[in-house]
Design a protein around this ligand. Sequence first.
Ligand code: KG4
Ligand code: ZN
Length: 338
Amino acid sequence: MRVLGIETSCDETGVAIYATDGGLLAHALYSQIELHARYGGVVPELASRDHIRKLSPLIQEVIDESGVESIDGVAYTAGPGLVGALLVGALTGRCLAWSRGVPAMAVHHMEGHLLAPMLEPDPPGFPFIALLVSGGHCLLVEVTGVGRYRVLGESIDDAVGEAFDKTAKLMGLPYPGGPALAQLARQGNPERFTFPRPMTDRPGLDFSFSGLKTFALNTWRASAQDDQARADIARAFEEAVVDTMAIKCRRAVRQTGIRQLIIAGGVGANQRLRARLGDLMDEENGHICYPRPEFCTDNGAMIAYAGWQRLRAGQSAPLSVSVTPRWSLEDLEPVEHA
Ligand code: KG4
Ligand code: ZN
């Protein structure tokens, strides 16, 4: 079975083909970052229009690159995300499937992220704990199979990528500031500032990041606002986020007894987070997996893979097109053969 996957939930247009024989045959990505950078964040209407402009050429590109003559199913991201952006992918995907007489599947964006490590040569087996850290989400999930998800904890306010981006912005870094902040942190002095580790002094697995962002703002205002202060704040902020994640992940491992952790979502590209959680899982005699950095951020490959898992189990979406901008992972139907 060959499945074409389409991702348009936010500011990246991603397309890929995943096949039972051969795995990932082709993938292509177009990022709208430059389009939104001048506004300091994603402008939803501009995002939708740019997806319309880019999606068909990208589909053509992956079909040509893969060399396949036909596809057996189409998967598209149906949520969570920006409603207009989601509709572009959903309508295109649903119509393409209808015109070819093949089934379509509406995929949950975060299921795509949490299954992305399956695209790597040494994929994790079930069960595992997934730390999903992106611009829109921050979740700890117990994963016992495809579609079998229990949310152990989540952010009660900002997502972690959002906190990275806002902290970067308040110090004058361009959007999206996460990677730039992480880069700056390398030159920062870890001894100069100490930021709080939010919600670690009480039991539970929920997160909160809006206080850290305010702490960063106050520290920045009280500083000389020069390059050294920027780097030192970036370092202290990153240390606090990474430490908080490590404390919660250790709790989740001990609470569930599951000794396998995967990190996915854009912030999963953060090197310090990967290193710290790697050490943690060594200490816990466990194992850690993550997708390659390009599959941590939004992409079509993870959607093609998640859609393939569901389509091959006989699931499909109706002919009517609908998207779900707010959608819980716990509402997904389990996949029986997995
Ligand atoms: O998963 P993703 O591409 O999009 C969403 O679904 O949100 O994640 C994007 C987020 C942005 O907030 C970006 O700043 C953050 O991931 N990010 C990073 C790094 N690379 C991307 N944050 C910290 N360190 C990084 N290296
Ligand atoms: Zn994402």
